[in-house]
Design a protein. Structure first.
Length: 84
């Protein structure tokens, strides 16, 4: 494993260990949880029908503003660039 240094858009690996054949990782705390769950929680369906999420033509919207979504995308790109 290589050292990549600190970056504000990357959850840092603090350490690893083996215990009774199991590998464990200690990661920096992400106070709001992981990004995927955060984005999914911000998504709302534009219909009230319970089966709507099974239909690709059903539109979804986000409770996050377009500016915030762009900021998140830029932060992800910045973190990925740091790792490259």
């Amino acid at each position: 494993m290589r050292h990549v240094g600190y970056h504000p858009n990357i959850v840092n690996l603090l350490g690893t260990c083996n215990h009774k054949g199991q590998q464990y990782m200690a990661l920096e705390l992400a106070a709001n949880g992981d990004l995927l769950k955060y984005l999914r929680k911000s998504r709302v369906h534009m219909t009230e029908r319970p089966y709507a999420n099974m239909r690709p033509e059903v539109k979804t919207a986000s409770t996050l503003s377009p500016v915030m979504l762009l900021r998140i995308a830029c932060d992800v790109a910045s973190g990925m660039e740091h790792l490259a």
